[in-house]
Design a protein around this ligand. Structure first.
Ligand SMILES: [Zn+2]
Length: 150
């Protein structure tokens, strides 16, 4: 028989408790369920579950790490939202860049170090792409102004 080990808080090693996000989220319209450190609110650490399951969507995170993960996701999502890559290609790039298997390349599992790298590398990728686009646009306009077509 497989025995499931209880999920523990990575900060204080207390057991994490499965409960509603009511009273933790400002609003919980989506009725999110969380794994919350049993020392909450003294230890402000939790993670939501994948909707409809009891599977944690990542590792428990404190306030600072939650904020960092949100920021990392915002930068990373821009890569496919702006069409630089498809979503799948962006995750492949992420796994390759961080040298981890694709199955582990999820921001919700990442600690501070990896989140910061995701932010930095995504930002650079987007900036470089913008510079390239800018150059292309300038050349295109110059050619048009000179009366040349494509
Ligand atoms: Zn804790």
């Amino acid at each position: 028989m497989k025995r499931n080990k209880p999920l523990r808080c990575p900060y204080c090693n207390s057991v994490a408790i499965l409960r509603s996000a009511d009273g933790i989220y400002k609003e919980n319209k989506a009725r999110a369920i969380l794994y919350v450190c049993s020392k909450y609110p003294a230890c402000d650490s939790y993670v939501r579950v994948i909707p409809g399951t009891k599977i944690p969507a990542g590792s428990l995170a404190n306030k600072a790490l939650r904020a960092l993960r949100i920021e990392a996701h915002r930068y990373f999502d821009l890569i496919f939202q702006t069409g630089i890559m498809s979503r799948n290609a962006a995750y492949e790039w992420l796994a390759c860049m961080l040298q981890m298997p694709l199955s582990q390349a999820h921001i919700s599992n990442m600690g501070e170090y990896y989140c910061k790298r995701v932010i930095e590398e995504s930002r650079q990728l987007i900036e470089n792409r913008q510079i390239i686009n800018e150059r292309w646009r300038k050349r295109h306009y110059m050619r048009k102004a000179a009366g040349g077509g494509l």
